[in-house]
Design a protein around this ligand. Structure first.
Ligand SMILES: Nc1nc2c(ncn2[C@@H]2O[C@H](COP(=O)(O)OP(=O)(O)O)[C@@H](O)[C@H]2O)c(=O)[nH]1
Ligand SMILES: [Mg+2]
Length: 229
């Protein structure tokens, strides 16, 4: 059974709940720790919600021109499709749209709450989670990205790295410059199993990225079956 026949269908993800309370998030993570899940993480405004929409269909997640809008962990469930039909022998999976890092929160009370919520989220992650770390292709490896790398690489979770907004690199020179950095990226992000270059705007790189997500979900399910039989 080739994994290539599996797909994510547009408009089939369902919003489950938004969590802003740390204890509620801890409970939810514990309850679902075996369920394969994807967490889209990156600086505010890097295009987390936009990438989610290019994978799961328009208006799945809320996008915004203003940085720092998402204050909750938004949980969505979704099925996989196989040969055009819903794969009913597979469970539903989860993905999480979370607040961005590196956003200078003006209100210290809000910042404290955010730190706590994210602390819970990351500390409760197991190897059933894939962190999809998104960076801006025009401004890779910002200070906040490096801080997130140093923190997240110690976790049990799996990782991939995505450079979004590739459409903003207008000249061949800019694109070549980024391409030259590939080796440097893979050295600096050794914990990331793959690196993708994408654009939520033009859908460039989205099929490849989606396929990688599907592969992760299926492999994680397989591992779970083996360890429980
Ligand atoms: N040109 C371009 N703009 C994008 C891309 N992805 C997101 N944006 C824009 O960047 C802004 C922030 O996007 P959003 O998905 O809300 O970012 P988030 O804060 O990381 O969830 C919005 O105005 C998007 O339209 C992309 O690939 N190309
Ligand atoms: Mg967002």
């Amino acid at each position: 059974m080739g994994m290539m026949n599996f797909e994510i269908r547009p408009q089939t993800a369902q919003f489950e709940l938004g969590i802003s309370d740390g204890e509620q998030l801890r409970e939810w993570m514990a309850k679902t720790h075996l369920v394969p899940k994807l967490v889209f993480s990156g600086r505010s405004n890097v295009g987390k919600s936009s990438l989610i929409n290019s994978i799961y269909g328009n208006k799945t997640a809320r996008t915004s021109k203003t940085a720092g809008r998402t204050r909750e962990v938004n949980v969505f469930s979704f099925p996989l499709y196989y040969d055009g039909k819903r794969a009913t022998d597979l469970p539903l999976f989860y993905f999480l749209d979370i607040p961005g890092y590196g956003f200078a929160e003006v209100n210290p009370q809000m910042k404290k709450k955010w730190d706590f919520l994210m602390g819970v989220l990351f500390s409760e992650m197991t190897e059933s989670t894939l962190i999809v770390n998104i960076q801006d292709a025009r401004h890779p490896m910002q200070e906040a990205d490096m801080a997130f790398r140093d923190f997240s690489k110690k976790l049990e979770a799996n990782h991939i790295l995505v450079f979004n907004k590739m459409d903003k690199l207008k000249t061949q020179k800019e694109r070549a410059q980024l391409d030259k950095q590939r080796i440097e990226f893979s050295k600096k992000f050794k914990h990331c199993r793959e690196i993708y270059f994408a654009s939520a705007e033009t859908a460039k790189g989205i099929p490849e990225l989606t396929n990688s997500l599907i592969q992760f979900l299926l492999k994680t399910l397989e591992k779970r079956k083996v360890s429980h039989s």
